[in-house]
Ligand binder design. Structure first.
Ligand code: URA
Length: 243
């Protein structure tokens, strides 16, 4: 719920003071009823507000989409090479959404897209150390001492990587399947970390971002986050003492 004059001011009608005057002058209707008391609470998501007979467009609705990104598309919104974009996969989304962080062209898995710039900034800010978990199929089976290097933090060309959580989840003819959790988001970080220990990645998939899991979405499928999931994400981005 929100006070009517604050809602009107946020929607760009006029300053909060001027909106109070408009309300007192009887120019504002909520759900077809004239309201003259400025402190009236409204529900911006449900109530229909008019000023002088013209509907007020509310502040832009926030949209949160969890996509299972397939390999072979870019997360950037413009690609000079004209390759498929993740946003091409979204149908009937009325607002413009942006990816939260990036996945490489070949990387698959969990990608969050939103028009909530504040949340994007918070989730990608190194201060919040939001955990990301990847499944990495690598050539060869790394011995324990190589995994310890990742767990301690390997040196990369742009400085040391922070310690990672690493587990071997399986083995096949080509090598091993590793589960790697990091909280940084440097360019091609997981691929470079594995390369550094001599076990290059041939397939990479992100399966978790903070409290969100990929679930059973197929590649190219997406869903909207539930309000509780959005709350959890916003909570992650708050200083620990306020969580
Ligand atoms: N690390 C990588 O190497 N690539 C990604 O797309 C994400 C993390």
């Amino acid at each position: 719920m929100e006070r009517l004059q604050k809602y009107l001011a946020r929607a760009g009608v006029a300053s909060r003071r001027r909106c109070e005057e408009l309300i007192k002058a009887g120019l504002v209707k909520v759900n077809n009823q004239t309201v003259t008391r400025p402190g009236t609470s409204i529900d911006p998501a449900a109530d229909r507000v008019e000023v002088a007979g013209r509907p007020v467009a509310g502040p832009e609705e926030k949209v949160y989409i969890l996509l299972n990104k397939p390999a072979g598309c870019v997360t950037t919104l413009h690609d000079p090479q004209g390759r498929p974009k993740v946003t091409d996969l979204l149908k009937n989304i009325r607002v413009r959404v942006y990816p939260v962080g990036r996945l490489d062209y070949e990387t698959e898995g969990l990608l969050l897209l939103t028009n909530d710039g504040e949340l994007t900034y918070a989730l990608t800010h190194p201060r919040h150390q939001v955990k990301k978990t990847y499944l990495a199929w690598v050539y060869g089976v790394p011995p324990a001492e190589k995994l310890t290097l990742l767990a301690k933090g390997v040196m990369l060309s742009d400085g040391p990587a922070a310690p990672a959580e690493v587990h071997i989840k399986g083995k096949n003819k080509k090598g091993a399947l590793l589960e790697i959790t990091i909280h940084e988001g440097r360019k091609r970080q997981v691929r470079r970390m594995c390369e550094r220990i001599g076990h290059p990645v041939y397939r990479l998939k992100r399966v978790r971002l903070g409290p969100l899991g990929l679930g059973n979405l197929h590649p190219g499928e997406y869903r909207f986050l539930a309000p509780g999931e959005v709350r959890k994400l916003k909570n992650l981005a708050r200083p620990a003492k306020n969580r």
